[in-house]
Design a protein around this ligand. Structure first.
Ligand code: 1PR
Length: 541
């Protein structure tokens, strides 16, 4: 098997990249010291998180001159995500930290005044009818970043680069650049399904270099960021000790009969693959009984991630039990260490539930101060904000008047049992078993301040009801934060997805039961959205 060298400096989920490289028929040799860079013929620099964190780690370990020498010697190089950004001279994200300076100019942040930031999801990489390492105008690629190189026509081209762009809101940014055998992508090819694997292969085989910049014919790319559809698998051990995908009604996952067995809807790895092949844009696993178990003993979830990431090339999120804990032998284990285990096993994001609520309560109790010690702050500092999702499990509480409570209320179109016209949403912990005196707006704003990249907004009242998303809840949370929100709970048919995208500004929508029970496929949801004029990514086989 031919080899490619991969620079390992703990940049998040490297397992998926290794899996993607192996799928393309190459094997990985690790570069673990700057001296080893000289052994590389082809070098890949992956990266997630903060520009400054990555670049200063590379600089202090002495890698930057070695990488620069590799490129200057005319050897093949590929940078991914922050690995692309490293080619620039600097970034406003961390003004004091220098990049490689292979490309002149500076990166800056997306404007979040009228759109969610980070930019998360599937978007174009439009090379304007030029060949660029097998990028396809009809394909979409998975991006996750807050900082970008703004595209100014002619600027990079005059430095000899062929450029592909994407558009987010009003802003056009650099999605990929290539010059000779140097390729860099802002998107993650290893997370961009078959379209991304083609780009990676084109780099590995060297074919991309041969055709770079040639004119190509074909349709111009249309649209921009697609509507993201996520399949969610709630996983737990059943009474026979098997790890199964289950699904509750308002969080009750047991059958209604006398025996009250845990509902068993299938096997996690197989179901994740099925949803990937139906076109799911992401797959989320929630270990829903983690509050009872010690996560380190919970090795099956790690194994599920490892096996899933071998065949599923879209982002994987894992939730459940991400918090500081004590292992069975008395060893203290931090949330960051647990998250690291998950990232190493193939997760791209971790989702935090109960611990986020407790941290938010503490945040308000001490007068909105942050000390850097919460799981959210520590994981987002090490792996970037985009790697941290907060999963919220709210319950509706009705009140008769707008000011009947200190909480953030809204006037509802669905009055309560006593005709109450207002409600607020109370956060819960431990899978809805314990309700806390903090509302969704308070929680969302606190965790955003801590560095959360995205919210997974469930709704216990709607969960498993097939009655559609709680649009009032989603609109209230969207109005309170700048980070992306994933609408969850209640999806029963494809029209519910159209409704949530039309009637709220949600960034993504998640379904569970309707997919698990085989009532609808992810593909049917996407076909419905496409027919309704909403842009989606089609699965490429
Ligand atoms: O608190 O950090 O250990 O995380 C526990 C995680 O497990 C949380 O994300 C919490 O939402 C989840 N969880 C805990 N108990 C349950 C349960 O169902 N008994 N599941 C549970 C939450 C919610 C969604 C679900 C949607 C869509 N599941 O993921 O898939 O509601 O369902 P639908 O489309 O069928 O309506 P921690």
């Amino acid at each position: 098997m031919p080899t490619v060298h991969l620079l390992d400096y703990v940049a998040g989920n490297i397992r998926s990249l290794v899996n993607a490289i192996e799928k393309a028929g190459y094997s990985v040799e690790w570069v673990r010291t700057p001296e080893e860079v000289a052994n590389a013929d082809k070098l890949i620099l992956p990266g997630v998180g903060h520009f400054g964190h990555c670049l200063s780690q590379l600089a202090s370990a002495g890698y930057l001159p070695a990488i620069k020498a590799h490129i200057d010697a005319g050897k093949s190089f590929m940078g991914i995500c922050v690995g692309l950004q490293a080619l620039w001279a600097g970034s406003t994200e961390d003004p004091g930290v220098a990049g490689l300076g292979v490309i002149k100019g500076e990166l800056n942040r997306f404007d979040d005044s009228n759109k969610a930031v980070p930019h998360i999801g599937w978007n174009n990489a439009n090379a304007s009818s030029k060949s660029l390492y097998d990028l396809r105008p009809e394909s979409k690629y998975y991006y996750v970043h807050s900082y970008k190189c703004p595209y100014v026509k002619g600027e990079l081209e005059s430095q000899g680069w062929t450029v592909a762009t994407g558009t987010y809101g009003e802003e056009t940014f650099v999605g990929a650049v290539a010059r000779g055998n140097v390729l860099a992508t802002q998107f993650h090819p290893e997370k961009s399904g078959v379209a991304g694997l083609k780009v990676l292969k084109s780099f590995l085989t060297g074919e991309g270099e041969k055709t770079l910049g040639q004119d190509v014919t074909g349709p111009a790319p249309t649209g921009d960021l697609t509507r993201r559809i996520i399949a969610c698998l709630d996983v737990r051990t059943n009474d026979q000790g098997d790890l199964v995908v289950t699904k509750g009604d308002q969080y009750d996952v047991r059958e209604k009969g006398d025996d009250r067995d845990v509902r068993n809807l299938g096997k996690p790895v197989e179901m994740a693959k099925k949803y990937y092949e139906q076109g799911a844009d992401e797959v989320t696993f929630l270990n829903i009984t983690s509050f009872r178990d010690c996560p380190l003993a919970d090795l099956p979830m790690l194994e599920i991630l490892r096996r899933t990431s071998e065949t599923v090339f879209v982002p994987l999120t894992i939730g459940g039990g991400i918090r500081d804990t004590v292992d069975t032998d008395g060893t203290k284990v931090s949330a960051l260490e647990i998250a690291t285990m998950y990232f190493k096993s193939g997760a791209d994001k971790v989702s935090i539930g109960s611990d986020a609520v407790l941290a938010a309560e503490e945040y308000y109790a001490v007068g909105r101060k942050l000390w850097g010690n919460t799981a959210i702050e520590q994981i987002s500092k090490a792996y970037g904000n985009q790697a941290v999702v907060v999963s919220i499990d709210p319950k509706r509480v009705y009140v008769p008047k707008v000011d009947a409570t200190r909480h953030n209320t809204l006037r509802t179109r669905f009055p309560g049992p006593r005709g109450e016209e207002y409600c607020w949403y109370a956060c819960t912990i431990k899978g809805g078993r314990e309700t806390r005196d903090i509302d969704v707006v308070e929680l969302a704003q606190a965790v955003e301040a801590m560095g959360t990249g995205e919210l997974l907004l469930n709704c216990i009242d709607r969960d498993g009801t097939n009655s559609g998303f709680d649009l009032e809840l989603i609109s209230q949370v969207k109005a309170a934060v700048r980070i992306p929100v994933i609408a969850s709970s209640g999806a029963g048919n494809p029209a519910h997805f159209e409704q949530v995208f039309r009637e709220t500004t949600t960034d993504a929508a998640l379904g569970a039961g309707m997919f698990h029970r085989g009532e609808f496929t992810v593909e049917q949801v996407k076909d419905h959205l496409a027919a309704a004029g909403l842009e989606v990514r089609k699965f490429e086989g």
